[in-house]
Write a protein that binds this ligand. Structure first.
Ligand SMILES: NC(=O)c1ccc[n+]([C@@H]2O[C@H](COP(=O)([O-])OP(=O)(O)OC[C@H]3O[C@@H](n4cnc5c(N)ncnc54)[C@H](OP(=O)(O)O)[C@@H]3O)[C@@H](O)[C@H]2O)c1
Length: 300
């Protein structure tokens, strides 16, 4: 029997790719902000009970990392969307017996990376990154709100919730239709390179990139192959700094753009970023390298 999949955040960058992948052999119901405000608990419950999906995939989120750091109202909205709403969806999933898939971020980690001489951090780096069961430690308010969402799910795991919590990092791929969807780092610097032949990039903030098409396929595989419920770190293989990513981009694209290594102080931003937030995938098959995925994205 064809599974009924409800996708929320349908016009977002990941949401758009999820629709394409699941459309292949599932009945897909797609809701954007126009169809549902996921911070409305009563409406969620009512609409989800009407649809009775087998799987609810939540790709909706508040992603304006810097805005919610300094603006109190925005922080409240971020807590509602990334925290409370995840609890509403989890409760609705329990009531209709659906699996809930939700995405979180490497930014739930990284706080400890910003402390000096940290023994725990040395251990994390030695083990190859943050594992699924490492203790979160956000470095900014956005990370705090995403951690709230994680906790909404985890606290219901003993109450019959069937769940996949997928942590991912630095998405790239076709930009979603939503006005909230951000262009990826690669799109931004490709755009910049049209105006400049020399670009500054931070040689730090080591982390992983993730191609939305690979993440959407991995999400489907988790469900189709009945992987055990729980937390998964799903990212493309390999880690890099922004500088290394920019240099690789221009190499693959065959563009003669000089990339200067600069320190993070050159780009002050309201929200702190983790100095190191590499995710390690110990539970799911390794995805191809980010370089190979980037080649495909660039059509090279
Ligand atoms: N982007 C990254 O680099 C990154 C990194 C790590 C983790 N993640 C996580 O990955 C997931 C997907 O991210 P993304 O970049 O694809 O997101 P995105 O492009 O920013 O899209 C966000 C979506 O959320 C929807 N939305 C916002 N407020 C809503 C509300 N009140 N009710 C219902 N929907 C609402 C928007 O709806 P409309 O379509 O109607 O505008 C939009 O489709 C998120 O959980 C994000 O936190 C992303």
């Amino acid at each position: 029997m064809r599974k009924k999949i409800l996708i929320l955040g349908a016009k977002g960058s990941l949401g758009g790719q999820l629709i394409k992948i699941f459309n292949a052999d599932c009945e897909v119901v797609v809701w954007g902000r126009g169809e549902i405000d996921i911070t409305d608990n009563e409406l969620i419950l009512k609409k989800i009970k009407d649809v009775k999906p087998d799987v609810i995939i939540n790709a909706a989120a508040y992603n304006a990392v810097d805005r919610c750091e300094t603006d109190e109202q925005e922080f409240e909205l971020a807590k509602k969307l990334n925290g409370d709403a995840v609890g509403f969806l989890a409760q609705a999933a329990i009531e209709v017996g659906a699996i809930l898939v939700h995405y979180s971020t490497d930014y739930v980690f990284g706080g400890i990376a910003n402390e000096a001489n940290n023994e725990r951090m040395k251990q994390i780096k030695k083990q190859g990154g943050f594992k699924e069961d490492d203790k979160p430690c956000p470095v900014n308010k956005y990370g705090e709100t995403k951690l709230m969402g994680e906790q909404e799910i985890i606290k219901r795991s003993g109450q019959g919730l069937k769940w996949y919590l997928i942590r991912t990092s630095k998405l790239f791929g076709p930009k979603g239709e939503s006005e909230l969807a951000k262009p990826s780092f690669f799109d931004v610097i490709l755009q910049l390179s049209k105006k400049r032949d020399c670009i500054d990039a931070v040689n730090g903030e080591m982390s992983c990139f993730t191609y939305t098409i690979d993440l959407a396929k991995a999400t489907k595989k988790l469900i189709d192959e009945n992987y055990g419920y729980g937390i998964y770190n799903i990212i493309n293989s390999g880690s890099c700094t922004w500088y290394e990513a920019a240099a690789e981009l221009f190499k693959i694209a065959g563009l003669n753009v000089k990339v200067n290594r600069v320190s993070a102080d050159k780009f002050p931003r309201p929200a702190k970023r983790p100095k190191y937030s590499v995710l390690q995938n110990t539970k799911f098959e390794q995805l191809r390298s980010w370089k190979e995925a980037l080649r495909e994205y660039l059509g090279k």
